[in-house]
Design a protein. Structure first.
Length: 129
């Protein structure tokens, strides 16, 4: 499955103000100290928002741009102390033709991520995984 999600974590007060202004509800959230499996706990509170799932991977940059633009218009920035934001893109190579197995971001789109304080993480899975 092709997926773009935004994971944000950090201090509770700032997270709450960001969460209240989001254009969509988080898929999941957690609090500092909550169990995360294998005897481990979350070191910070956080949440995850799905920006796009399935569909044409070539449209992901547009969907991401629209979502982040909406965040910016609502006054949301992640470039604040004690907050970490990561845009995660998982590309299932079974969803695309070999000739289309890439995602392009313009310099302007990358600059927007930097200015908003959003890190970028790509993962690609083979079709048979």
């Amino acid at each position: 499955m092709t997926l773009a999600s935004l994971t944000v974590y950090g201090d509770d007060l700032t997270l709450e103000s960001i969460r209240e202004a989001l254009p969509s509800e988080p898929l999941r959230d957690w609090r500092k100290g909550d169990a995360r499996g294998e005897g481990r706990v979350y070191l910070d509170s956080g949440f995850e928002v799905i920006i796009a799932e399935r569909g044409d991977p070539l449209l992901l940059p547009q969907k991401i741009r629209v979502y982040l633009s909406e965040c910016r218009s609502r006054g949301i920035t992640f470039a604040v102390p004690r907050i970490v934001a990561e845009l995660k893109i998982a590309l299932d190579l079974g969803d695309v033709k070999k000739a289309q197995a890439g995602i392009d971001f313009s310099l302007t789109e990358l600059e927007t991520l930097v200015n908003m304080g959003v890190a970028l993480n790509f993962a690609a899975r083979p079709a048979d995984a």
